[in-house]
Ligand binder design. Structure first.
Ligand code: AMP
Length: 222
């Protein structure tokens, strides 16, 4: 099974992806995380990606495809995987189908308004050391400014600055939103309201998943 999480930046794909990991045992593959790691490591690929990321634009399809190809070829993806932040363009959607054509697919689109996104991203903090994500309103760390998981020092992401967020939302509307129609036509799209709170959104996604996979299969993991 390939589970694709679609939705605007800051819409909760990472958080819901983590719930899905617990539920299914599949790994979550975030292209944003893979790219940030490449940037941090200073690889050639990371250096090329960095400029686009800083400006809130998209990294070239070929670069992201290489990362995804390598990641899904690993043994932990054999049973399935959760894609978070990929695909983001129609050509990426076709790339992932070509890469792994026989895998059944569910697409979960998390609907969140632009207003709510701006509000959420302004209060998002993440750990540069382990990648854990917090929110000063709904998911506070136990100690202010300190990562619960690894004790790293939390920081706002550079691309969560309001002017960059506006650009990311513009790019989302232009390049990624057309995927909704694409997957609706393909018959794999499910939409959930992402403004009802983390738990309600998780419950809605769980229902979709249970219907698609059969309750017995996912029920074992809580
Ligand atoms: P995210 O953490 O998913 O918000 O991604 C952060 C940034 O990484 C995005 O604003 C893009 O610059 C880049 N990025 C992540 N995923 C992709 C993708 N599938 N295609 C192109 N660029 C991406």
């Amino acid at each position: 099974m390939r589970i694709i999480l679609l939705g605007p930046p800051g819409g909760g794909k990472g958080t819901q992806g983590d719930f899905l990991v617990k539920r299914t045992g599949f790994p979550r593959i975030s292209t944003g995380d893979l790219l940030r790691q490449a940037v941090q490591e200073g690889t050639a690929l990371g250096r090329e990606a960095e400029a686009a990321m800083k400006q809130g634009g998209l990294v070239r399809d070929e670069i992201v495809l290489d990362l995804v190809r390598e990641r899904i070829s690993r043994p932990d993806c054999r049973g399935g995987y959760v894609l978070d932040g990929y695909p983001r363009t129609l050509s990426q959607a076709k790339d992932v189908e070509a890469l792994d054509p026989d895998r059944p697919e569910i697409v979960v689109a998390i609907d969140v308004s632009a207003e709510e996104i701006v509000r959420r991203l302004a209060s998002r903090r993440s750990c540069p050391d382990c990648g854990a994500v917090f929110n000063l309103i709904v998911r506070k760390p136990a100690r202010e400014g300190v990562c619960d998981a690894c004790r790293g020092t939390l920081a706002g992401r550079e691309d969560d600055r309001p002017e960059i967020v506006r650009e990311r939302l513009r790019v989302y509307a232009e390049k990624t939103e057309p995927l909704l129609a694409y997957y609706a036509k393909k018959g794999t799209l499910h939409r959930v309201d992402g403004e009802k709170g983390m738990d309600a959104t998780a419950a809605a996604i769980r229902e979709i998943l249970d219907a698609a996979l059969g309750a017995g299969r996912t029920g074992a993991r809580g």
